[in-house]
Design a protein around this ligand. Structure first.
Ligand SMILES: [Cu+2]
Length: 300
């Protein structure tokens, strides 16, 4: 009798231990996760060296062209929302904007490389305090493509007299999906990890698309209506530069060496043939890993 009770107490004690153990296991797993959310390249982040300007930064600038005949702009019907239809009666898709032979909305950025003897990924660059703003105006996103640094404020506003639903479909960052009524408060977010490129959709208006490229450094740009871009303040070094456009499964990768105080010219072109070969469309949003081009020989 006495020993039965003792055995029961031992079993109870063991059960309590097990419970405590599993609770603490659960907790420590959460802690690990929280730690992992602290930023990209977690282990490397500790070792990041703050950038020190040597006063010899250069720039990479040029023009992105479109070769061949561009397809006619696709009209968009916004009739499902009368507010949109009346504000934007002759809307056309923005997935391929060619002016003359120049391609707009190309996101062009330094993927990796070395600034002097340091990997650019090992350097910590200042995070701008100024927010990058994405507006919903005329039932489209303005701008259509934006670049932002990790931890820089990202502000989504609605200037339309209709409701939108901002669906940021991030893979490496926290995704969010949030309604925003007319004159609603701005949505303020940050992206903790570098991620190229995050698609943004509106659940209310299926034609609305934007793309956000997040990088841990400030060396990126988006081509304007003349296909022009400029990446400023680039430390002298040799880099892989990627030009990304939403209609192409693969971006263009180009090795670029920027000398001391050099203004490096970089002109690239996307072709209508690649469009015709069916390398685009459909799952283009899911094809982003293709940005890891084989020629780079590495992954994130
Ligand atoms: Cu919308």
């Amino acid at each position: 009798m006495h020993s039965k009770r003792a055995r029961f107490l031992v079993a109870l004690f063991a059960a309590l231990c097990l419970l405590t153990f599993s609770l603490s296991c659960g907790k420590s797993a959460d802690d690990d996760e929280d730690a992992a959310e602290g930023g990209s390249d977690d282990s490397a982040e500790v070792a990041l060296t703050p950038y020190k300007s040597g006063g010899q930064e250069g720039s990479i600038a040029g023009t992105i062209s479109f070769t061949g005949a561009p397809p006619a702009p696709k009209p968009i019907s916004m009739e499902q929302d009368p507010v949109c239809a009346s504000s934007n009666p002759n809307a056309a898709a923005e997935d391929l904007v060619v002016n003359g032979d120049k391609l707009q909305n190309v996101f062009i950025y330094i993927k990796d490389g070395k600034a002097g003897d340091k990997n650019i990924s090992s350097i910590k660059f200042d995070t701008p305090a100024q927010a990058i703003k994405l507006d919903q105006h005329g039932c489209r996103y303005v701008p259509h493509v934006i670049g932002i640094q990790t931890n820089q404020p990202f502000e989504v506003v609605n200037s339309d007299p209709t409701a939108h639903n901002v669906n940021v479909d991030a893979k490496l960052n926290d995704k969010f999906n949030q309604g925003q009524p007319p004159s609603g408060a701005p949505i303020l977010k940050q992206f903790k990890r570098a991620e190229t490129v995050i698609p943004v959709k509106c659940n209310q208006h299926p034609w609305m698309r934007a793309y956000v490229g997040v990088l841990s450094h400030p060396f990126f740009a988006v081509t304007d209506k003349d296909g022009h871009f400029e990446i400023k303040g680039v430390p002298p070094g040799t880099y892989n530069v990627i030009a990304w456009h939403e209609k192409y499964q693969k971006g263009i990768t180009q090795s670029v060496t920027v000398g001391a105080s050099e203004s490096k010219a970089l002109d690239l072109s996307f072709s209508s043939e690649q469009l015709a070969e069916g390398k685009t469309e459909g799952g283009v949003l899911r094809m982003l890993p293709a940005l890891e081009l084989p020629m780079l020989g590495e992954h994130h």
